[in-house]
Design a protein around this ligand. Structure first.
Ligand code: DC
Length: 230
């Protein structure tokens, strides 16, 4: 220790669902001893609220009307796992239900929902070094991030990964349905007017289709270390 304050840096990881963002970002955060922020979980919490209230997530006015009653908090447990609290209630497990995915995708297309969540996300990066994953982190949330990575992979490979993950969680779904929902979400996320999913101009694009977890992790670690100079 030479007494020099540690440099605060931010890493943005964007890409479609199933490209490996959250698994990789979580592992990299542990290795680099920085904070991991899963922003999809925040949109899922809004989707969860809409579903509970019986609100059609495609009805923008009805979703916007819910916002003043929504209080979202994020907590980290002793294992470093991110918990989501909706009005004080832990909804971490509920937001992972497959039916919440489409709710999350629909509410995330509403500009008012995005601006409602913007400062909350930026706040994390002001206080500590972070690796944040989502769809618009490099383009909108942290446009000055030190490192921007855009992860992509073939849709069928992503759907296979998601099918396996759902099976391991005890909520199996047929592959055809997982693939169809993934295509639908890809379409929604890339075609919406508000902060559509796209690589930032200065993002490094990494295709994980034929890379296993370890290879992907090493590749990302190399990019981060080179850009941040650590
Ligand atoms: O990463 P995820 O699958 O948990 O995200 C759920 C939905 O939230 C996804 O369909 C797109 C949306 N999302 C977003 O629009 N912007 C983000 N920064 C993160 C997620």
């Amino acid at each position: 220790m030479d007494g020099t304050p540690e440099k605060i840096y931010s890493v943005a990881v964007d890409g479609p669902s199933g490209a490996g963002k959250s698994t990789l970002a979580m592992a990299l955060a542990a290795e680099l001893h920085i904070l991991y922020v899963d922003t999809g979980a925040i949109y899922r919490t809004i989707g969860c609220c809409a579903r509970r209230q019986g609100v059609d997530a495609a009805d923008a006015q009805a979703v916007i009307a819910l916002l003043p009653q929504i209080n979202i908090e994020m907590r980290y447990d002793a294992q470093g796992l991110q918990h989501m609290l909706l009005n004080g209630e832990d909804v971490t497990a509920e937001i992972r239900l497959p039916e919440i995915s489409l709710y999350a995708s629909a509410v995330s297309a509403i500009p008012e929902v995005r601006s409602f969540l913007l400062e909350m996300q930026r706040d994390f990066a002001r206080k500590a070094s972070v690796i944040m994953d989502g769809r618009d982190i490099g383009t909108v949330v942290l446009p000055n991030a030190d490192v921007k990575i855009f992860l992509q992979a073939d849709v069928e490979i992503r759907a296979r990964r998601r099918e396996k993950e759902l099976c391991e969680r005890g909520t199996p779904r047929p592959f055809a349905q997982v693939l169809q929902e993934m295509r639908e979400r890809d379409y929604n996320d890339t075609h919406r007017a508000a902060a559509p999913l796209r690589p930032a101009e200065d993002a490094v694009v990494v295709d994980t289709s034929y890379l296993d977890f370890q290879q992907s992790k090493e590749k990302l670690l190399e990019i981060i270390k080179e850009k941040v100079g650590i």
